[in-house]
Design a protein around this ligand. Structure first.
Ligand SMILES: NC(=O)c1ccc[n+]([C@@H]2O[C@H](COP(=O)([O-])OP(=O)(O)OC[C@H]3O[C@@H](n4cnc5c(N)ncnc54)[C@H](O)[C@@H]3O)[C@@H](O)[C@H]2O)c1
Length: 292
């Protein structure tokens, strides 16, 4: 039996099967929703399913996931490279494509055309204007942000982002689904960087500036925040997990949006992204990662 909320959501479409999309699909399927995961890239879908299977297997092994939940999740999950298959029949569609405004606007316009009229369209953007995505549709009251955190199956927070148009019922639907996924939801206004990215980014940017100035090493700056402030991980380790390309996009967006110097991306960050040192996903960022 799929869980139903007030809007009767039983099926969720997830757009983009990368670091975030595969995790969102996993927690959705674990919550008992039928999940259709879409990507433009077949290989990304194969990798996503393999990662979900590995996460579930590990969960069962550690006694954190019941075997029945694993089976239900795998049975409820399908993949597609056809956007219409993901959108049609879904009561909620969560977009987790790359952090580029024009790309997401195109996707939202398409989803608006393909999804049922009463479906809620959500974006997992870390910082982009949800209002501008809503404006790409003819259903702005049903558009909001559902900002999950990486890794999605572990991190408890869900930041629900409301624009000036978002209806109370759309927020209630997102909250119901989020809670069924085991998340604690907060609701924030659509403002550059929301609550979490704005604070997380300023810390990460300052850490990079400190590294450039030779104030301390990567390890020592991370240790300062871990032991001095009780952060579960320091800003560099976190940046490696998020992806330095994702970080750079957000910083560039914040800088262009606000014109404030504090958001200007540093040369070091730009150089690392240009060199393909994107963090854990490429095996090297501020740290080296053994992805095996
Ligand atoms: N990585 C994080 O820690 C994190 C945290 C919170 C939010 N986000 C946000 O989530 C979104 C996705 O980030 P990610 O880290 O998963 O990126 P990613 O690069 O790991 O995955 C993006 C996926 O989107 C696919 N894609 C490319 N073009 C597409 C299209 N037109 N339609 C559908 N899919 C397409 C790619 O093939 C890839 O599989 C971004 O908006 C990002 O800001 C990321």
């Amino acid at each position: 039996m799929s869980p139903k909320n007030s809007a009767g959501i039983e099926r969720i479409g997830v757009v983009g099967a990368g670091a975030m999309g595969h995790g969102i699909a996993q927690v959705g399927a674990m919550a008992g929703y039928e999940v259709v995961l879409y990507d433009v890239d077949d290989t990304a879908l194969e990798k996503a399913v393999a990662r979900i299977r590995a996460n579930l297997d590990k969960g069962v092994k550690l006694g954190k996931v019941e075997t029945s939940v694993r089976e239900r999740a795998l049975a409820g999950l399908t993949t597609t490279t056809d956007l219409e298959t993901a959108a049609a029949g879904s009561g909620l569609i969560i977009e987790a494509a790359p952090e580029k405004l024009d790309l997401k606007q195109e996707i939202f316009a398409e989803l608006d055309r393909l999804a049922p009229g009463d479906a809620v369209l959500a974006t997992n953007t870390s910082s982009l204007s949800v209002t501008r995505l809503a404006a790409a549709t003819e259903r702005p009251t049903q558009v909001l942000g559902m900002h999950f955190f990486n890794p999605v199956h572990i991190m408890k927070l869900l930041e629900i982002v409301r624009t000036g148009y978002t209806s109370k019922s759309a927020i209630a639907s997102a909250r119901t689904v989020g809670e069924a996924m085991g998340k604690t939801c907060i609701v924030v206004k659509d403002a550059p960087g929301f609550a979490s990215s704005r604070l997380g980014l300023i810390l990460g940017m300052e850490a990079i500036r400190m590294l450039e100035e030779g104030v301390a090493s990567v390890e020592d700056i991370d240790t300062a925040m871990e032991l001095g402030y009780g952060h579960p991980m320091g800003p560099f380790r976190l940046a490696d997990l998020i992806g330095l390309d994702v970080r750079l996009h957000i910083a560039e967006y914040m800088y262009n949006e606000t014109g404030e110097e504090r958001w200007r991306p540093s040369d070091l960050l730009k150089r690392m992204v240009a060199d393909g040192k994107l963090g854990k996903k490429t095996g090297e960022g501020f740290y080296r990662w053994d992805n095996d």
